[in-house]
Design a protein around this ligand. Structure first.
Ligand SMILES: [Zn+2]
Ligand SMILES: [Zn+2]
Length: 236
């Protein structure tokens, strides 16, 4: 194998399992123990927020009650097992280098969604204070890695700012989540359509608040892509 190709594979595929750090043969993201623990979100889910399940008219009760401000969302995995472990390592255990393989994984597992998605990719940013605590913004790293993995996508990470620190959404009710993130974002205009990126999509309240800020400054279409979808709120 020539050096350039070896370098490319190094970027796209990790040398260790992203969930448990076991040594891997090239061309995979998860080891043989972790791979069976992945739960894919099947083709049957809410057309609006990607909640798994079969719903009347293809829209879940939550979206029917309060329409999200984004138009379409997708996540390839349910927030459980090996992908939840990988995201925890990436986000809370100081492994920013997992952004590369997780971005490549997201590109690979979301190919159908991405084929029709906006090309301007914007991470849902952390507030400056949380950024200082963590020293990296996982959604920004993931969005940048997705753009590297998929030619044609452009990183537009200056479009959104989280100007108000919000409580973590863990353990909050649907209504409290909406209140918590409402008005937390300011947006800059400049593009017609935006693909928002976050690591985990839960009720969609945060994504919806970000989408609302973008639409207020003239963005006409907002879609959301995450690595996984938390179907049971308490897990996130
Ligand atoms: Zn593993
Ligand atoms: Zn929905």
């Amino acid at each position: 194998m020539n050096a350039a190709l070896g370098g490319l594979l190094e970027v796209l595929f990790p040398s260790a399992c992203v969930a448990c750090d076991a040594v891997l043969s090239r061309g995979r993201f998860f080891c043989a123990d972790c791979a069976p623990l992945l739960l894919e979100v099947g083709p049957v889910h809410c057309g609006r927020c990607a909640e798994p399940g079969r719903f009347a008219d293809g829209v879940c009760p939550r979206c029917r009650k309060v329409q999200p401000d984004f138009h379409r969302a997708f996540a390839p995995y349910e927030h459980d097992g090996a992908i939840a472990r990988a995201i925890h390592r990436f986000k809370y255990e100081d492994h920013p280098e997992l952004a590369g393989p997780l971005g490549a994984l997201l590109s690979e597992r979301s190919a159908d969604f991405l084929a029709r998605a906006p090309v301007h990719v914007c991470p849902i940013p952390l507030h400056a204070r949380r950024y200082r605590e963590r020293r990296y913004d996982q959604a920004t790293l993931l969005a940048a890695a997705l753009c590297r993995a998929r030619p044609g996508l452009t990183l537009a990470d200056g479009l959104l700012e989280r100007h108000r620190a919000t409580e973590r959404q863990v353990g909050l009710s649907d209504e409290a989540r909406v209140r918590n993130v409402s008005g937390a974002f300011t947006a800059r205009s400049g593009v017609e359509a935006v693909l928002l990126i976050d690591d985990v999509l839960t009720t969609g309240a945060t994504a919806s608040a970000a989408a609302r800020a973008l639409r207020r400054v003239g963005v006409r279409r907002v879609e959301v892509l995450s690595l996984c979808r938390a179907t049971r709120v308490f897990l996130h």
